[in-house]
Design a protein around this ligand. Structure first.
Ligand code: ZN
Ligand code: ZN
Length: 220
């Protein structure tokens, strides 16, 4: 066995070598007992010390933390009409939630991914305004053909918690609520434990209200 260079008292980044141990790593490299500047005692192999290890692991963690902090914090950032005010905990799927103020004045809670992926860019007022715009000249029997056609072709929603139009989460009942707006009246279709059932109820109502309305209208 070759002579081992004594590293006692030498410093490697934040690591101060205290003493040699009789331990060896898998490659039979001597393991040194070191003290890290953070206070941790670390056992580091000769090859790792020579290979550039500079802390007990805390340096890497610090960098990771910093990186996460920089990327995690959304406060003050703008997404469309929304400006992030503060973090608002997590939802039941552990998605981080952020309280945002919309340019229109509304306060909304939005999931982080919805903001960063550009799915949510207002409190919903942009969608509403769009609907108002097409409402003007497209109304029959108090019902908007264009909106209904749009609703049938695309049931995705940026506003509801389920991501599906007409299917929301009732905090009070802790159930999914299914509803449909038809001829300016909101019809509650029921409360459901399973999201699928709520979506199904909404689908059935769309058939019942929208499609029959369109068929009737098309015949005219
Ligand atoms: Zn350390
Ligand atoms: Zn708004």
């Amino acid at each position: 066995m070759g002579r081992i260079k004594d590293l006692t008292g030498q410093r490697f980044g934040k690591l101060m070598v205290l003493e040699i141990t009789d331990k060896r790593d898998l490659h039979n490299s001597v393991i040194w007992k070191c003290k890290c500047d953070c206070g941790n005692i670390a056992y580091v192999s000769n090859s790792n010390l020579q290979g550039g290890q500079k802390s007990c692991g805390c340096l890497r963690e610090e960098r990771l933390k910093e990186h996460r902090k920089k990327n995690f914090n959304l406060v003050g950032k703008r997404f469309g009409k929304l400006v992030v005010l503060e973090q608002a905990g997590v939802d039941k799927y552990q998605h981080s939630l952020w309280k945002c103020k919309c340019d229109c004045g509304n306060i909304v809670i939005v999931r982080r991914e919805s903001l960063t992926l550009g799915m949510t860019r207002s409190c919903g007022c942009m969608v509403m305004k769009h609907l108002e715009d097409i409402k003007e000249n497209n109304s029959v029997d108090n019902t908007n053909i264009a909106i209904i056609k749009k609703l049938i072709s695309n049931n995705k929603s940026k506003v509801t918690k389920s991501g599906i139009k007409g299917v929301g989460w009732s905090k009070k009942r802790e159930k999914w609520i299914s509803y449909i707006m038809f001829q300016k009246k909101q019809h509650i279709l029921g409360y459901f434990t399973e999201l699928e059932d709520a979506i199904k109820a909404r689908k059935e109502a769309e058939e019942k209200y929208f499609k029959s309305f369109l068929e009737k209208h098309n015949k005219k």
